[in-house]
Write a protein that binds this ligand. Structure first.
Ligand code: OAD
Length: 251
């Protein structure tokens, strides 16, 4: 047991200490202790308060671009005020220790980057980037305060957040890189994701089928429980405890 009261099996500690290829696979739960809402929490989750079909589909944007745009502007303002928590910092620390570490996130925030993680693979896009909904060109210089989506200089199309909406495909090269890595890693650590949204949620299963050890850090059960070693608790407590257990000198 670590000082924080987290029980980590000695075999897991040994496996992590000697691993050279590890994937960190994160979801909204990793940012919860920074103050950002998750999606599926029954009370506070975004999808408990808002309907995804009204705000996170290409059809919703086509029907009512202003409402969709304003919702994302609201989320941007919320995200702009938060900072990485001990979970993000612990992941960055572990990445620095493990030569072949890969970070794959479903999160559209930039908290991994702010914690010092290099080049996370963002499966679901980026909240702070925009692109033209018609021609796809990046639109980097959009005023944060606008409450209607501006028009594209190249084609006149509407500006949209560079986020993967329901019914849309994942960015092809990012997904290819993530699936390739998942089939090669020795350990995949799934952190703060309900593992319910596919294809992203296939990564832990893909890694397991290819022989990897799957470790899951979550406050609640998920469909991954049967294939994972489960460390139950908030990521901001469990991950620093894991770092302490595996590399005691890293504290
Ligand atoms: P969910 O909201 O579905 O799941 C969050 C998970 O985090 C749950 O399993 C919680 O139990 C867990 N959790 C909450 N607080 C935690 C904490 N402090 N430490 C550890 N675990 C914690 O979020 P995602 O799995 O990320 O898609 O959702 C996947 C996708 O669905 C998102 O990327 C988003 C959403 O629709 C897009 O925006 C495209």
């Amino acid at each position: 047991m670590t000082e924080a009261g987290i029980v980590v099996a000695p075999a897991l500690i040994e496996a992590l200490r000697s691993a050279t290829r590890v994937m960190f696979f994160t979801g909204a739960g990793v940012s919860a202790e920074s103050g950002l809402p998750t999606f599926r929490d029954p009370q506070q989750g975004l999808w408990a308060k808002f309907k995804p079909e009204d705000l996170a589909t290409p059809q919703a944007f086509a029907r009512d671009p202003e409402t969709v745009w304003r919702w994302y502007q609201w989320r941007r303002r919320m995200h702009a005020t938060v900072a990485p928590n001990p979970a993000h910092h612990a992941i960055a620390k572990m990445q620095a220790r493990i030569p072949g570490a890969v970070l794959v996130t479903q999160n559209v925030d930039r908290l991994h980057e702010l914690a010092g993680s290099e080049a996370p693979l963002h499966l679901h896009g980026h909240l702070f980037r925009n692109r033209c909904a018609s021609c796809g060109v990046a639109m980097p210089d959009v005023d944060d305060a606008l409450d209607t989506p501006p028009r594209c200089d190249s084609c006149g199309g509407l500006c949209r957040p560079d986020i993967v909406w329901f019914g849309e495909g994942l960015p092809r090269t990012v997904w290819q890189e993530a699936t390739r890595a998942a089939q090669k890693v020795e350990i995949l650590i799934s952190i703060g994701t309900s593992a319910m949204v596919t294809p992203a949620a296939e990564l832990p299963r893909l890694a397991r089928r290819a022989g990897a050890l799957v470790i899951q850090i979550n406050t609640a059960p998920t469909p991954l429980d049967p294939i994972a070693h489960n460390l139950r608790g908030p990521a901001g407590r469990v991950l620093p405890a894991l770092v302490e257990a595996v590399w005691p000198s890293a504290r």
